[in-house]
Ligand binder design. Structure first.
Ligand SMILES: [Fe+2]
Ligand SMILES: [Fe+2]
Length: 332
């Protein structure tokens, strides 16, 4: 399978180890410098100041996607997803189609992915903004603002992409996860369910960004690679923060609470996979493949797609399992 799980896991482990080393160093430095108020190193359930300081420093300087990306290089002559990340990859009939058709499908699939991203990021920004009322330190307040600025930049980049892409896309067709909408909007801010939804919402789409960034450069249009690189670089910080916040809130969770959270996580994961990894029926139809519903069903039953998705979800399942949320995700 072209998903390269071993390479991906090694990269994850290396990044995590690097973050841990950096955090230990900064924690030690902050203690020796004695530059923080006594209560600033750790607040109940809140991310410790050394990690926030680290994330704040990494968030500067800010790269505005609208001025960073070279939009004229976006071309309909290229793939917008690497072939192994197209939902029908591995299906004999699809592989036998003209390359122009396969490229066209990669373009509509990517555009659908971006539309779903717009919905999700609006939800993030709404809740992050509300969270500004509950911050307990200047570094925490600053990091919230960095995240809001970065998510706003991503969404502006998505809008610009949809304007520049040259594809005829359906209007008002954005798919959304009902569970994520409900939980994302109503879970008590900073509670375990809130951070669980954030971890899943940040990590699942970002796995596809990382696939493009790591395995797409030989095939995929350079503007798409730029978009995914810029996005996944910011998301790495958001995910480090969300994982830390969730881990802290699970430290004292009881057995029953973990079981309820695991059930909700299963629903969130299943719906997120459908939104971000099962393209809408219109994507197939606009690429010239009728009927869209049949192709969508074939994608869901495609063993190569199932293996690709399983590899993309695996790091999140492992993280949740390490923190006592055991999730079985046999199908989606
Ligand atoms: Fe984002
Ligand atoms: Fe994010």
């Amino acid at each position: 399978m072209a998903c390269k799980p071993n390479r991906e896991h090694r990269a994850d482990a290396a990044t995590a180890a690097q973050n841990q080393r950096q955090l230990r160093h900064e924690h030690a430095r902050s203690r020796s410098a004695d530059s923080l108020p006594n209560n600033a190193l750790r607040h109940d359930g809140h991310t410790p100041v050394p990690l926030l300081d680290h994330l704040n420093r990494r968030s500067v300087p800010y790269a505005d996607p609208l001025t960073t990306l070279h939009w004229p290089s976006l071309s309909l002559g290229d793939y917008w997803l690497p072939p192994h990340a197209i939902s029908l990859h591995g299906i004999e009939e699809f592989e036998a189609m003209p390359e122009a058709t396969r490229k066209r499908l990669s373009q509509f699939e990517f555009a659908g992915f971006i539309q779903a991203g717009l919905w999700l990021e609006a939800l993030f920004m709404e809740r992050l903004s509300q969270g500004l009322r509950n911050t307990v330190s200047a570094p925490e307040h600053a990091y919230r603002l960095h995240e809001i600025r970065e998510e706003a930049g991503h969404s502006l980049m998505f809008l610009q992409f949809l304007q520049e892409c040259g594809l005829a896309l359906p209007r008002n067709e954005t798919r959304r996860s009902r569970a994520a909408d409900l939980i994302g909007r109503h879970a008590p801010i900073n509670g375990p369910l809130f951070w669980l939804a954030v971890v899943i919402g940040e990590e699942l789409p970002n796995r596809l960004n990382r696939q493009l960034r790591r395995n797409g450069t030989a095939h995929v249009n350079p503007v798409i690679i730029q978009m995914c690189t810029l996005h996944s670089t910011d998301e790495a910080r958001h995910i480090a923060h969300a994982r830390d916040a969730l881990a802290r809130r699970l430290e004292n969770a009881g057995h029953c609470q973990r079981r309820v959270l695991a059930m909700l996580a299963t629903t969130l994961l299943r719906q997120s996979v459908r939104i971000f990894y099962v393209p809408p029926a219109w994507a197939y139809e606009r690429a010239g493949l009728a009927s869209g519903i049949d192709w969508q069903r074939r994608a869901r039953n495609n063993p190569a797609r199932q293996a690709f998705v399983a590899q993309c979800v695996k790091p999140t399942l492992s993280f949740l399992s390490e923190h006592g949320l055991r999730i079985h995700l046999p199908g989606w």
